[in-house]
Design a protein around this ligand. Structure first.
Ligand code: COA
Length: 225
């Protein structure tokens, strides 16, 4: 075998992006990784209606996502969320979040507390349109509780699924085997999304507890179409 190789590496765990490496050796690999990590997150994704958006780690330094900026985005997002969506997400008719709640929502470490945000960029500015997050459950090492929210006007465009897939990938990289959520039985969209991700569902009080298994690999089979 010569020094050239074609390989799939687990750089996804470092960059959040799938990476295919062509080349010879670690020098090439580090250039690829370096360029990916510096380019402020992600390639554009497309909604079903063709509109471009991006998904970034909420820790992405290139977004200047300070906790204060992030809190501002959450406040703005909440204001654009319908009463129904707020109820489905927070199980209450919350109109605004307290400073403690905002602290909690923005407290991430990229490992036990992870968040991904979907945003639409326009020039140098951007607006947040969705977020997915998990928090590892204390005492249940391999299980984390998750939540996902997409602003109403961008729902049913594939963003919720894309955000959840990123979250599953982070969970895989961080040794989490189950993402657990609590969904109202009337939330058919979320239940369908969980079903597609092979969730195990059981009724718990007035919710459906959904346990989504975290795939143990990225599913890449070494073939390119
Ligand atoms: C639940 C939620 C996150 C889903 O996000 P979304 O971006 O609207 O979902 P997607 O567009 O990715 O759709 C996911 C799947 O739901 C299915 N779906 C779409 N519309 C549906 C409908 N009216 N009824 C049932 N299923 C539907 C589709 O099959 C879609 O899968 P597909 O990609 O194969 O078409 C979003 O609706 C939301 O933020 N709701 C309010 C907050 C909430 O309920 N959070 C969940 C509690 S943690």
């Amino acid at each position: 075998m010569d020094s050239h190789y074609f390989g799939w590496i687990d750089a996804q765990c470092l960059t959040g992006e799938p990476v295919i490496v062509f080349g010879n050796g670690w020098a090439h690999l580090s250039v690829v990784l370096g360029s990916l990590m510096n380019k402020s997150g992600s390639r554009p994704l497309f909604m079903r209606n063709g509109l471009a958006y991006e998904i970034h780690s909420c820790l992405d330094p290139d977004l200047s996502f300070t906790p204060e900026r992030w809190k501002q985005e959450i406040r703005k997002g909440l204001a654009r969320l319908s009463a129904k969506s707020r109820w489905q997400r927070f199980a209450s008719g919350v109109n605004q979040l307290s400073e403690d709640q905002l602290d909690y929502l923005t407290d991430v470490d990229g490992k036990d507390r992870v968040a991904w945000c979907a945003l639409i960029r326009s020039g140098d500015s951007y607006q947040g349109i969705g977020v997915s997050r998990y928090v590892r459950l204390p005492g249940e090492g391999a299980c984390a509780e998750f939540a996902v929210t997409v602003i109403d006007e961008y729902q049913k465009q594939g963003i919720g699924r894309a955000l959840l897939e990123r979250l599953l990938e982070s969970a895989r990289c961080n040794g989490i085997s189950t993402l657990r959520g609590f969904v109202f039985p009337s939330n058919l969209l979320m239940l369908e999304l969980c079903r597609q991700l092979h969730a195990h569902a059981i009724p718990v009080e007035s919710f459906i507890q959904v346990d989504i298994p975290v795939p143990s690999t990225d599913g890449f089979n070494g073939q390119i179409d």
